[in-house]
Design a binder for this molecule. Structure first.
Ligand code: MG
Length: 170
């Protein structure tokens, strides 16, 4: 059960996930969260960093799709200038989310990874579908009771992940 909430890889920020890294782990189909993964949850538009990252992936021949549980308006507004496909109200962590995204991209599970900041949605989505999970740090903490509760659940898993990771390196 613990493994279901532990990512395969972690990065401080999404833009450190380079095409070279993705190639090195055999990934070509990238399913990426929006809120608090590539921009703060209250930031409606992508900034240059996001646009540059998207371009670097597509230039390298990778297929990117944004998968967000947020509503249509948020996701459409965000993706409008990026020319990247998206799924709003994506239903993460359901397995159907990955299935839908991959059938849209025409990709395979083996070459797919899910990027996101939440263990209980993004990492679990990847795990339930048996695809690679890349976890990034939450950009801006959401201070609502629901998210505080979620963060409290995630904390021991994050601690375990880093402890285990360190042990592996020794
Ligand atoms: Mg998120």
């Amino acid at each position: 059960m613990r493994k279901m909430l532990l990512p395969d890889h972690d990065f401080e920020t999404f833009d450190l996930i380079t095409p070279d890294f993705l190639k090195s782990i055999g990934k070509k189909y990238v399913l990426c969260d929006i809120d608090n993964t590539v921009v703060a949850y209250d930031e409606p538009l992508p900034d240059k960093k996001v646009a540059d990252w998207v371009k670097s992936l597509t230039d390298a021949g990778m297929s990117l799709i944004f998968i967000s549980n947020n509503d249509r308006q948020r996701v459409e507004t965000f993706c409008e200038s990026l020319d990247v496909p998206y799924i709003y109200k994506s239903g993460k962590p359901s397995r159907k989310t990955v299935k839908r995204a991959l059938s849209f991209l025409g990709g395979t599970y083996g070459e797919c990874c899910v990027i996101g900041d939440q263990l209980l949605t993004d990492v679990l989505t990847a795990r339930l579908s048996g695809v690679t999970s890349i976890w990034v740090r939450t950009i801006k903490k959401v201070e609502t009771p629901f998210f505080r509760f979620k963060n409290a659940i995630e904390k021991p898993f994050i601690n375990y992940y880093f402890k285990h990771k360190k042990t592996e390196k020794q």
